[in-house]
Structure formats: C-alpha cells, structure tokens
Write a new protein. Sequence first.
Length: 393
Amino acid sequence: MGAKRGIGSAPVKGRRVLVRVDFNVPLDEHGAVADDRRIVEALPTLDHLRTAGARTILLSHLGRPDGKRDPRLSLRPVARRLGTLLGQTVLFADDIVGVKALESVARLKNGEFLLLENLRFNPGEEANDPGFAQELVRLGELFVEDAFGSVHRAHASTVGVPRCLPSFAGLLVEREVRELSRLVGRVERPYAVLVGGAKVADKLPLLASFLGRADRLVIGGALSFPFLRAAGASLGATAVEADLGPVAEEFLRRSEEAGTEVVLPEDLVVELPGVAEPVTCLLSAVPADGLARDIGPASRARFSEALRGTRTVFWNGPLGLAEDPRFAVGTAEVLRTLGTVPGYHVAAGGDSARVVAALGVSGSFQFVSTGGGAALEFVQGLELPGLSVLPDA
C-alpha cells in the first residue's frame, strides 16, 4: 500500500480537527490507566496539532461495551493521564455527540484538546451507522486518522467520518504504513517469519500468505501443535485444535511446492501434574499427562539458527506460555538471538509490544507495531478500510 496524505499538509490552525486515536488501554482495579503505551504513541501527532494551533477533538473506543454506556469503560481516566503526559488539561465530554458535545467543542481554543466519551457507548460506531457518522462530522472541519490499531474495522469513526471530511494520516499511521510496507512486495531477503501464539484456525490465513513470499516460516507455541501432530509427534495431554490434521498436512505440502521452508520444534518444555519444575521432552517422549508449554533447548538452537543470515524478520506471537516465567525462556532466548542478527526486524500483533517490554528484548526490533489485527492484515496484503478511505500522498 502506498503512502497516504499526511498531517504535515493539513491546514489545521484555528480549525476543529477530529482525530481518531487508539486509547483502548488497560485500566487497573481503581479505574486508572495501567499501561499508557498507546497514549504515548499518539503524542507526536498531538504535539504537532498543538504547536500548529489546532482545536483538537479526540475520538477513541475502550473495551467492548456493546453499544451501551458502561461507567467501568469510561475514557475519563484516559483524559487525566493524557493531560499529565501533555502537561496541560485535557477537556472531557461525557457525551459523544449531541448538544453537550457541540457546546464543549465550541469552547475549545487553539492548542487545546477535548476527548469525547467512549465511541462504543453508541451502537452506531461498530455498525458504521451513517447517521452517527454525520453527528461526529458536525463536530469537526478536518479528520486525522492516527488509530492504526483500528483501521481494519469499517466503523463510523474510521470510515464514515473520513468519507465526509478532508482527511489525513497522523504521524503514527504514516510510520506504521511506511515500516510495515517493508514486509510486503519487494522484501530484502532472506526473509524469515517467526510465528507463535495459538489458534491455528485464525492464523492459518496469515501463515498461508507467506508461502512463496518468505524463505523460512518458523512456527512455535500452540500454533505448532497441529503441525507436529500431523507429523506424528506425541503431545501427551496438550490441547490441540481439533480437525486440523488434514489442514496441517495440506499446508506442509503447499509450503514445499512454494519453496518456503517450515521450521518446527523438535523438543518441548513440558508441565507435569503436581510437579513444580517442568521437564524437557523429545517429541516422541511427551508423557501421557504432560502439557507442552514452551520450546525446548534443541528447538531454541534450531530456531536461532534459522534466523541467522536473514535480512528481514517478522515476528508475531510468543513461542510458549510466556506470561509464566518458567515458559518464557524459549521466546526470550530466540528473540535475544535475533538482536545479534543484522537486518530489519518487526514485531506485530495484539500482545507483541507487551511481550517485548516484559522480556527486555526491544533492542531486537527496528519497529514494534501498535496494531494487532490491523498489522497482521496489512502484512497479508489485505485492504484495510480505514486506510483505503484516506487520500494517497
């Protein structure tokens, strides 16, 4: 996908600018922001608008309130945290649209910010309701898309609004498109894709999109289990997605035809009932009551070797149950090895940024995407409605 018209060319001074941001952040038990990374990612765009004298109206969702007002998912705590980060008060509107929202917007001065309440409190947001989109349009004169994590959703704020207002990509979206585009089309090779996590049925389109495009497809985590079972491995009591044997066999056959090498684990770290310390087992020797939780040392060495000599690497998903320190070793070791390999490395997917930070391997990547599903769909080469609606540069 080509570059989009950027915010640098937007005439924003003194104008009401609607900015779609991704402030879908976790809240703690007291209702405060527990992790502000997504807010921090938006600051370059917001600083640009403040310096340029825009009157900025921020639009975001939080959680899944299913079109109903839920005080637990209010964006008010986000407004407070954003104000701290910006060093100025961020006004907050309890309503998303309507008279009160219009009055709040009318009071905005150049360089000020107003955050509207959770978009998903209104059922028209996820339904991409034209009426709701038009009510949002009334609040602004220009639109800036800076919520890359939402551009794969055809919602009122991501598609309906930019169809009706002069629209621009924010600095975050511009960077996401620029960096992720290096994984699509003419990629510097050898190109390896390192994929973990779970739910093969969901990720199979992603895996299939790399056949013939990537030189090597390295698969770990629960994602590898159907492929291992199809190859005759014994996985004990480990849960494996049902009815995927024929699909896995067909995938492996297609990978050979496409010339993409598939690298799978050859040993596993296994948890046994009532035993505190996990054990390492070959694929042929997992106990009947054992649960595979991580890749073993031989697999770590094999995966690391598969990454050496590459020039481009895309990573999505942990190679084990990384939230448990006992089973984070495989992911951490392989990603640390990646940090010693020259080239361009990208991490993307729902929890990738969190895992990278938790394991202390941020230095292994030149870019960590803020997008979950949006990033994965982008690297597959799919059309993202929230990007397609923006004018090209």
